[in-house]
Write a protein that binds this ligand. Sequence first.
Ligand code: KE4
Length: 426
Amino acid sequence: MEKSEKLFQRAKAVIPGGVNSPVRAFKAVDGTPPYIAGAQGCYIYDVDGNEYVDFVCSWGPMILGHAHPQVIQAVQEATTRGTSFGANCEIEVKMAEFIVDAMPSIEKVRMVSSGTEATMSAIRLARAYTDRPKIVKFEGCYHGHADSFLSKAGSGAMTFGIPGTPGVTPATAGDTLNAQYNDLDSVEQLIEENKDQIAAIIVEPVAGNMGVVLPQENFLQGLRDITTEHGIVLIFDEVITGFRLGLGGAQQLFGVLPDLTTLGKIIGGGLPVGAFGGKKEIMDLLAPEGPVYQAGTLSGNPLALTAGYETLSILSEQGFYEKLNARAEKFFNNVEENFKEAGLACTANHIGSMACFFFTDGPVTDYHSAARSDTALFAKYFEGMLKGGIYLAPSQFEASFISAAHSQDALARTLDVHRKVLQSLK
Ligand code: KE4
């Protein structure tokens, strides 16, 4: 890891923490983060020539695997025509029509350049639509780093949020209420205590940022019923689940339609993209149609949308998700079986091609049960897997992903290393 170590030292001199996003610093695990020289299919390669089977997949976007030839070729071709115009392009219309057609609740959609921009804009829109100030999120869910979301549950009776990080004002944090995932009573209580104050409830329909936590029976439908009853905008943050769980995302899989949906990751095919969309009557409040201002220099960037549109076209091919999900399910079940054989506590939460193996007895249904995980043991496991050429998310509280490029050989190789590392942990 010599070259990575040298690069990390140089990086720390000129980039805060040496990284452009905190999770990459490997703070929750030990060792130096490998510097990636390139990637192909399900493999990534670091600057020291090490090869890894990649289960981070750039935190979700790379559902086809890295450097898919059709995507690369389309982007290369688009690049020859220029990279950004700050003007309308046909690919923006094609992308919007694709998303409207694929996502059951989306009638109109606007492109932005990150998931954070999508969720930040959706919240502003919901506040304008309802003329109410507060939002409800769920502890353990992550919606990007806009101030409204960096609020944590106040202690005890305080239902209003307090800043989750310096730099967020108490006034801003105070407009964010924190409920418990899979706990409709906690939502009802907040609504009771903040009558006619709540503009929106934003939820990851399958949580992917406290590890993977699935919605329990009636949780999502319950949120739909409560928000309809109280005139609250229901926002599904499908930045991870959108086009991951299927062409219609979690909302199609669970049959629950939100008022607004946020997207990102996969729709950019690895280039910077986000989107938010939903009911026409809400979306048409956005400038220049309506009074709610929102904008972006690179929104709808032709290269990013070319990568995303090419990716989505391949995802639409007959049988794509059936094949991916069947392979993923078999692999995840083998992983869980190996934990049992090794006699190690593990809760395997997975759906489609996303999973998390919590180092704790289950069930893991919310932030507090996820937080019981043995993160020290996870760090040892992570280190052993990395040494064995398996690249996992460097935190217990993230999702692992399988791509269409994860071959049976790569998965078999992963299970071999996994079994050996589990034995070393006993
Ligand atoms: P970005 O601004 O990072 O593109 O998206 C924010 C976001 C919004 N909503 C959900 C459900 C998300 O998962 C994310 C970002 N996810 C993290 C990984 N869990 C990004 C990784 C990172 O922060 O480096």
